[in-house]
Design a protein around this ligand. Structure first.
Ligand code: HEC
Length: 236
């Protein structure tokens, strides 16, 4: 074998996988076309605009900075690759009696507004694709709002014996300050040392709002509608 053949072989061996694994997917993801609803399948027309109220951009930055993605995924895998779609509460809401079923696979549009799609590294903790819905069910019938529940969870995941979680605490996102008079209106309803109160920082609030925004129940076009039964929206 000549040196030339060897060099060309080496170049081919590394450049082909690089092309297929890095360049082609990158180029495809840069050119995402908007998806349209159509009258026959969806009962409406116009482009699909992902709806997601909440502090998505700055909340995602706090989520990334604190390494939440190391233990939590945000990916309902395609059905050929796993059974996530059938996990109640992970993939969406499923109430058979009321004919409610919003379960679906994750699409590229779910990360709209985020600088990076944080699909996650491991599933040490539960998938958070629809954690906003779960928070709503945890606080049902109480005075606590879902955002407050997230703040309490972030401050002390083991503070509530009804819901004892092994998720690490993120106390650094909160300020423990001296309680003046009645206390600040922003203080969290958690136990604090005498004369002190726990107040969330702006980063904690952004993260709580981001977590609450994780609920995928907007109507997606039929062409994106990877639901178990894959019914046309118009028939539902
Ligand atoms: C070391 C791994 C680890 C890291 C890092 C981590 N978590 Fe968790 N988290 C868990 C585990 C495990 C659970 C489930 C605990 C249980 O049910 O007892 C959990 C549970 C949760 C829940 C409740 C989910 C539910 O359905 O009830 C939320 C919300 C959450 N984590 C948010 C976060 C956020 C936000 C961050 C980053 C600031 C984070 N976690 C970082 C491991 C982790």
């Amino acid at each position: 074998m000549t040196f030339r053949t060897f060099s060309l072989g080496l170049l081919g061996t590394f450049s082909l996988p690089w092309l297929l694994i890095v360049v082609v997917p990158y180029a495809t993801m840069q050119r995402i076309q908007s998806v349209e609803f159509n009258e026959d399948d969806d009962g409406r027309t116009g482009p699909y605009v992902p709806a997601r109220p909440g502090r998505v951009t700055d909340g995602a930055a706090v989520y990334a900075a604190n390494g939440c993605y190391t233990c939590h995924t945000q990916l309902i895998r395609p059905t050929y690759a796993g059974t996530d779609m059938w996990r109640e509460d992970w993939a969406g809401v499923h109430v058979a009696a009321d004919n409610i079923d919003t379960r679906r696979e994750t699409s590229v549009f779910d990360f709209n507004g985020e600088a990076f799609a944080q699909i996650g590294l491991t599933r040490t903790g539960p998938d958070l694709s629809n954690v906003g819905h779960r928070a709503e069910s945890y606080v049902k019938g109480t005075e606590t709002t879902p955002e407050e529940w997230f703040l309490m969870h972030l401050y002390n995941p083991r503070g509530d014996f009804e819901y004892w979680s092994s998720c690490p605490s993120n106390g650094h996102l909160f300020k423990v300050q001296k309680k003046e008079g009645q206390g600040s209106g922003e203080a969290l309803a958690v136990k604090a040392r005498k004369g002190k109160e726990v107040v969330p920082t702006a980063a904690a609030r952004a993260l709580a709002s981001y977590l609450y925004s994780l609920q995928k129940d907007d109507q997606v076009p039929y062409s994106l509608n990877y639901r178990p039964d894959k019914k046309r929206a118009i028939e539902q």
